[in-house]
Write a protein that binds this ligand. Sequence first.
Ligand code: SF4
Length: 279
Amino acid sequence: MKIEVAEFAGFCFGVKRAMDMAWKELENAKENIYSLGQLIHNTQAVGKYKEKGLKVIDAVEGKISGSIIIRSHGVSLDVYNALKEQNVSIVDATCPFVKKIQDIVYKSFSEGKAIVIVGNPKHPEVIGINGWCKNSAKIVKTIDDIESYSWDDSEYSVVAQTTMNIDQYEHIKKKLTATVDHIEFHNTICLATKERQDASKILSKKAQAMIVIGGYHSSNTQKLTEICSQNCPTFHVETKEELDMSLISSYSHLGITAGASTPDWIITEVVEYIQENSK
Ligand code: SF4
């Protein structure tokens, strides 16, 4: 059986960087190490970090002592201030691409511009970005949201959630341009998501079947499963234990892809398991 892993699969740059920073902290830990929210949507990886001593908290409440890791999604200015008041040491693993958006929003807002964020208002990245303009942003997830806001003569500065779908962003941009007189756009979409989706699509057209590895609750993994299943039989698993070899051993060319929160070691385990059990 030929097993082929997609050109882009698993951790993106920002998630890998955050996970490496967190691991390094845990290895050198002399005090409590917290993370503000789950580092990633992957049960196995989160379990491994917790075993190593990571304590996950949902909010900065009560007294914290030790170090706190800010995950790749980033946080609001208020959260940084709350952490500074507590005198905890901050390990800032905000993805540099997200940091760039926060800087644009902070600068534009300081210059008196009104902020628009194209993205999901419930996503932690968007909640964090909004916190750099005193939570004043108009958040546009779909074209219809544009009509739900009133638009005045202000100068508007627009940023996008890094994982926003490019086509959807372009539609929203077109409508905003037609709706608002003074508006500037900053295309802050990160290509990591698109690269993973494109690579999975290409491979699923060549392979006889696809295995998609990633958390069942990870939306980018679900999206990869959806894309691949349009082209060939597709099996979504979280770990090697869930592979049903009776379903896949008859294929001579198997493609593998993985969501952006799937660590390399889980991908390697799946590949090795299939190699050993398909002989
Ligand atoms: S998807 Fe892009 S912006 Fe988001 S963490 Fe990964 S590299 Fe950073």
